[in-house]
Write a protein that binds this ligand. Structure first.
Ligand code: GAP
Length: 486
């Protein structure tokens, strides 16, 4: 298709116009970095979640799924290290009182330099930042900002405070009486719900190492710099899987899951050249290896999923803080013919943000297309090429006119298909206009019922991606859609 463009601001407007994503509480002017999913967005998100859940818990016979609470005992977060360590270095501009995450501020500067063609300066600045972050050298980071005259986007000045750490967890009170209430946190990751249930699941599921526990659910972070639409939100959803392995085998599993997860993203139509691995320079307090799977978003390469080798840190910490033994008895035999015995398993984690994946799918699917028709005039459309298996609406059923018994045939087809997949019925407007609306929503197949249908029981099927139209038997419609979407 000639002349395709992919524009981020237009994608954001498109998401609103076609019922995918709205700003939260928009009638009150919105809430920063919080978004709501509309009728199509919620269905797309559910389809992606279900696809992930199936691939983890149904296609791997050694992975089971759970659904832990958002609220957890406050000691959980002391044990996990989040109370002491879940913070980012921040800096405030004294003139605008705006707060920035130091790495985002410097990365923004590097992006600007790249755009101006100063590739070398951008790379040197990022390398210097990595080294300073690794050394926890906050004075050095401030110096780097000042030396490069990095200014605040609001005040445009370089009048900065010192660099300080801010914890990202939201807290609230549990208990009805103020004096008896206790501070608890909204979970900043779903993973801890899996760790504290390790023994429950292992014992009741009679799970043998290596095995995984998967979960999807909301997580909350008081992100200071919240921008780029649903890329970085304060309330978001994670899909995490903790894979418990024998100590010493973690790098083997880390490499396995790294490749496996990249392939999974490719199975959703993300081209391999739009995905890459990025090894972490500064490891989190719990990790002995970590990388991001990055996607080439419209605003640059950014993290989509994290693969972390978390050692035995979390289970060990929960054992210490809860005073309950959290160990696994491995009765498989080692080289000396003896059981491996009791140990705390090591963990390899795969952690992907569902909202980030929605943005990935939409960015990859969105296209503005223009072409010349046979008569020489120009035509255009905006299309969401969402893979059929996760598209919110699979089939649009469109009677050509609102009379002559065509709506009745269309309704009958709708009743036949709607148990199996999501259908959409529409009889208003010219057929070309209806096709364009379905392209914009991302519906992969449209069926038009016309007068010929009454004579020979055939219909026109129109394919979203190629716009090719052909006649097929009415009786074959349901199975054709199922064969493309199952
Ligand atoms: N349990 C490990 C963990 O939470 P993380 O790298 O902090 O690791 C994992 O987060 C994934 O969660 C990220 O790769 C990203 O997709 C998603 N994520 C993290 N913070 C987010 C935010 N503020 N908004 C949207 N998604 C976020």
């Amino acid at each position: 298709m000639a002349n395709e463009t992919n524009n981020f601001q237009e994608l954001i407007s498109h998401c609103k116009e076609y019922g995918y994503i709205f700003q939260s509480s928009e009638i009150y002017d919105g809430l920063a970095a919080v978004y709501d999913y509309g009728q199509n967005g919620a269905q797309l998100k559910k389809n992606i979640r279900d696809y992930w859940w199936k691939s983890m818990t149904q296609l791997h016979d050694n992975i089971v799924g759970i659904d832990a609470s958002i609220f957890m005992h406050p000691t959980t977060w002391k044990a996990s290290g989040h109370v002491d360590n879940f913070s980012d270095p921040m800096i405030d501009n004294k003139d605008s009182n705006k707060r920035y995450r130091v790495d985002h501020l410097i990365e923004g500067f590097a992006d600007e330099q790249k755009a101006k063609g100063n590739e070398q300066l951008a790379n040197d600045t990022l390398a210097a930042m990595d080294a300073l972050l690794l050394a926890n050298d906050y004075a050095g980071l401030k110096q780097l900002i000042e030396t490069n005259k990095i200014s605040c986007a609001v005040s445009k000045t370089c009048n900065w405070t010192d660099v300080r750490e801010f914890n990202l967890m939201f807290s609230t009170q549990i208990g009805s009486v103020a004096e008896a209430s206790e501070t608890i946190y909204l979970r900043p990751e779903t993973a801890q719900g899996i760790f504290v249930n390790f023994l429950n699941v292992q014992k009741t599921g009679r799970m043998k190492i290596p095995f995984g526990i998967a979960q999807t659910g909301k997580a909350f972070r008081n992100e200071i710099v919240a921008r780029q639409f649903i890329f970085r939100m304060r309330e978001f959803e994670q899909m995490e899987m903790q894979f418990f392995v024998r100590p010493g085998t973690q790098m083997e599993w880390y490499n396995f899951w790294k490749e496996e997860r990249k392939k999974w993203h490719e199975s959703l139509g993300i081209p391999s050249n739009k995905l890459r691995f990025h090894d972490h320079v500064k490891l989190a307090h719990y990790a002995d290896a970590a990388l991001d799977i990055e996607f080439d978003f419209p605003f640059g390469w950014k993290e989509l999923e994290g693969i972390h080798s978390r050692t035995d840190f979390d289970l060990k910490q929960h054992q210490e803080f809860s005073k309950k033994k959290i160990q696994y008895f491995d009765n498989d035999l080692n080289e000396a013919g003896k059981p491996f015995g009791n140990y705390i398993p090591y963990v390899v984690e795969t952690s992907v943000g569902l909202d980030r994946l929605v943005l990935t799918i939409l960015s990859n699917a969105y296209a503005e297309e223009k072409w010349n028709k046979e008569d020489g005039t120009e035509d255009s459309r905006v299309v969401l090429r969402i893979p059929a298996k996760i598209a919110p609406v699979k089939l649009a059923i469109l009677p050509l006119v609102k009379k002559d018994g065509l709506p009745e045939i269309a309704r009958e087809l709708m009743n036949e298909c709607k148990q199996a997949f999501h259908c959409f019925y529409e009889e208003k407007d010219a057929i070309g206009k209806r096709y364009r609306r379905m392209d914009a929503i991302g519906t992969p197949f449209c069926i038009t019922i016309d007068h010929q249908t009454k004579e020979d029981q055939t219909v026109t099927i129109r394919y979203r991606d190629t716009m090719v139209q052909e006649r097929i038997a009415l009786a074959d419609v349901k199975n054709l859609v199922i064969s493309h979407t199952a």
